[in-house]
Design a protein around this ligand. Structure first.
Ligand SMILES: [Zn+2]
Length: 410
């Protein structure tokens, strides 16, 4: 009896030990929450996914120099480090096969050769009467209404990264759209302090988008903010340091892009060195603030293109040891863009549509909305691994850019 009791006690003790070790193990495995970034503490860990080198960047060998705090082991900058990816933003990863229901093409009528609108925003204010700017300023209220309209009209946001890679993962029958924001103005995004924590101001475009995506998660919380790093703390002016602002912005999956040092008018560029400085210095300053983050898209200030003989410097270059490589160069006007797999796609000058300001002007978004007809626009088949076009449109696709995706006609 005593022996039996002994065995029983021993078994119990072993079970308890296993249970305790399981609990500890699970605790350690828990994914880090976003809290630590959203609450405004300032860990220097890299921001999500933004700089993850893509296959295109790797093969071109033009990736930016590694930032000291990302590559302490001296590894190749082109090697993706686990620390750079995040659960929130892995847009370049091959699309998962799971959960994609086959669709009836005759019913959905996908057209993945059609146009994608890339919208350009500048300033946001509470009261439009407070500004004399007629064309580039939007009110928070108008922006909120715009989101509702776009959502109801079947637009879904994709990131610039996914636009470039043609990694388009929006539901079947919906239309991808890209949001871009120039100049880093506080109405686009700023932080406020709430109970000792830094949070996104709900009275900002990003704040409005975050709230909207809680109501309509399928709309997508995406957008790229083109920055002039010489503005330093004037960028997204408000609470927090610039580093905290950028970290929190990117923690939501938003992207950052190059808008040049000093908002330079590139059509007045005299030589290559001048361009290297304006673009490379902007990149260098970003990396000093957040190591490992690279701009991969440039928005031309004032839409000014460099003279033809200097245009290669707009794409890639180096300044004081920091390299840059822009996979897209964004224009200012004035039409929807073809997708990146289209034969007419020119990454060196990608069209954007400006959002409406105080008044409607020709070729702004208000003008375009009724003109972006079903026949013209990109309609998704819901599957990022296939490119589906109506018969006769297959010749619009550059098959060299399919990158393993299957071209289907119907
Ligand atoms: Zn600008």
């Amino acid at each position: 009896m005593r022996i039996l009791k002994g065995i029983l006690m021993l078994t119990l003790a072993v079970c308890l030990l296993i249970a305790v070790s399981c609990i500890i193990g699970n605790e350690n495995k828990k994914a880090p929450s976003r809290e630590h970034i959203a609450d405004g503490t300032t860990e220097s860990e890299p921001s999500p996914g933004i700089a993850s080198p893509t296959p295109a960047m790797v093969s071109s060998g033009q990736e930016t120099s590694p930032a000291p705090d990302i590559s302490p082991s001296g590894q190749e900058p082109s090697e993706p480090t686990p620390a750079l990816s995040s659960p929130e933003q892995k847009p370049s990863a091959p699309a998962q096969e799971a959960n994609i229901e086959p669709v009836d093409y005759s019913e959905i009528r996908p057209n993945e050769s059609g146009d994608i609108p890339i919208v350009m925003f500048h300033n946001f204010v509470e009261d439009l009467d407070s500004t004399n700017d007629e064309e580039f300023t939007t009110s928070f209220e108008a922006f909120e209404e715009l989101l509702e309209t776009l959502y109801n009209e079947g637009y879904r946001l994709i990131s610039m990264r996914d636009f470039i890679d043609h990694n388009i993962s929006v539901p079947a029958g919906t239309k991808p759209m890209v949001f871009t924001f120039d100049d880093g103005s506080p109405g686009q995004f700023n932080l406020i302090e709430e109970n000792g924590k830094l949070v996104v101001n709900p009275k900002s475009a990003a704040g409005i988008m975050i709230k909207f995506s809680e109501k309509h998660p399928d709309f997508g919380l995406k957008g790229i903010f083109y920055l002039n790093m010489d503005k330093e703390e004037k960028t997204f002016e408000g609470a927090g340091t610039l580093k905290e602002r950028l970290e929190i912005l990117m923690s939501y999956g938003f992207e950052v892009g190059n808008h040049s040092w000093g908002h330079f008018y590139f059509s007045q560029a005299k030589n290559r060195e001048q361009i290297y400085e304006r673009l490379g210095r902007n990149q260098k300053r970003l990396q000093e603030i957040i190591g490992g983050v690279s701009f991969y898209s440039l928005a031309l200030p004032h839409g000014g293109k460099a003279p033809e003989e200097l245009k290669d410097a707009m794409i890639r270059g180096e300044y004081e040891g920091t390299r840059y490589f822009h996979e897209t160069i964004m224009a200012v006007g004035s039409t929807p863009s073809v997708p990146s797999i289209h034969k007419d796609y020119n990454p060196e000058y990608v069209a954007r549509i400006r959002s409406q300001g105080k008044v409607e002007i020709k070729f702004d978004l208000t003008y375009w909305l009724p003109n972006m007809t079903r026949d013209r626009m990109y309609i998704s088949d819901g599957d990022p691994n296939t490119v589906v076009v109506p018969k006769g449109k297959e010749n619009l696709i550059d098959t060299g850019k399919l990158n393993g995706k299957k071209l289907i006609t119907y």
